[in-house]
Design a protein around this ligand. Structure first.
Ligand code: FES
Length: 150
């Protein structure tokens, strides 16, 4: 089916099956490889992107659900010349270990701060519980989010 969606501010027209996971459209059709495939079952958060400002698991979101919508991926959060404050904080706090889950982590944190700019530590922990990290970088993630929170 033909559909269009806005990805990182750019309108994109696609011809894909409507039940194709948004993740595969982002990675394979649009070539945006920052969003990762982890579990493929909506459980780990590695594939988190924003759809109309809300965090979604792109591995389990059919692209037809995003038709006409506004998708933001890690590539659209900031640029290499102008990093999002969270991306800079991730660098400053040396958050990533293997790094695989971190784009999803940052997208979840970005949603938290967009809706609650001054979260308490327990609110940060609660907001990030759906994003798993096999390297156990959780304490650095919380420190980095706290450093950006107002
Ligand atoms: Fe989508 Fe794990 S890959 S939640």
């Amino acid at each position: 089916m033909a559909l269009s969606l806005t990805v990182n501010g750019e309108e994109r027209s696609l011809n894909v099956e409507g039940d194709t996971p948004l993740l595969w459209v982002i990675r394979d059709e649009l070539g945006l490889k920052g969003t990762k495939f982890g579990c493929g079952a909506g459980l780990c958060g590695a594939c988190t992107v924003h759809l109309d400002g809300q965090p979604v698991r792109s591995c389990s979101t059919p692209v037809e659900m995003a038709a006409g919508g506004r998708v933001t991926t890690i590539e659209g959060l900031g640029t290499s010349e102008n990093l999002h404050a969270l991306q800079q904080a991730w660098i400053d706090h040396g958050v990533p270990q293997c790094g695989y889950c971190q784009s999803g982590q940052i997208m979840s944190a970005a949603h938290l701060l967009a809706t609650n700019p001054s979260p308490e530590r327990d609110e940060i922990v609660a907001a990030m519980t759906g994003n798993l990290c096999r390297c156990g970088t959780y304490s650095r993630i919380i420190e980095a989010v706290e450093s950006v929170a107002g």
